[in-house]
Design a binder for this molecule. Structure first.
Ligand code: SF4
Length: 99
């Protein structure tokens, strides 16, 4: 609006990505690289990694299937329904990937 001197509103998810420290940059880059090797496009990999970073920063205990050792390709070896790659969930069968 002309004449409006208020700063633009910044979405909370964008604000959560401001001021990445070295550890976060490293983790973000690592996740993008892993996701790219899993076959996700760069845009999708960045979106998923950004969501995981926001999750880390907010201290949520939710996880994504792409972080789970039971995810083989696009299927769950634990017999659960796999969510979209960017979806965070609380799954009782989640098993963290090593490395
Ligand atoms: S066990 Fe749960 S978190 Fe892991 S891949 Fe299956 S549905 Fe996803």
């Amino acid at each position: 609006m002309p004449g409006d001197t208020r700063p633009p509103t910044v979405r909370a998810d964008v604000l959560a990505l401001v001021g990445l420290n070295d550890q976060e940059i490293s983790r973000l880059s690592g996740r993008v690289a892993v996701l790219r090797r899993q076959g996700y496009s760069l845009a999708d990999a960045e979106q998923i990694a950004d969501r995981l970073l926001v999750r880390d920063r907010t201290g949520s205990d939710m996880r994504a299937c792409v972080e789970c050792a039971r995810l083989i390709g696009r299927r769950c070896a634990g017999g659960e329904m796999v969510g979209p790659p960017h979806e965070l969930r609380r799954c009782a069968r989640f098993a963290a990937r090593s490395g």
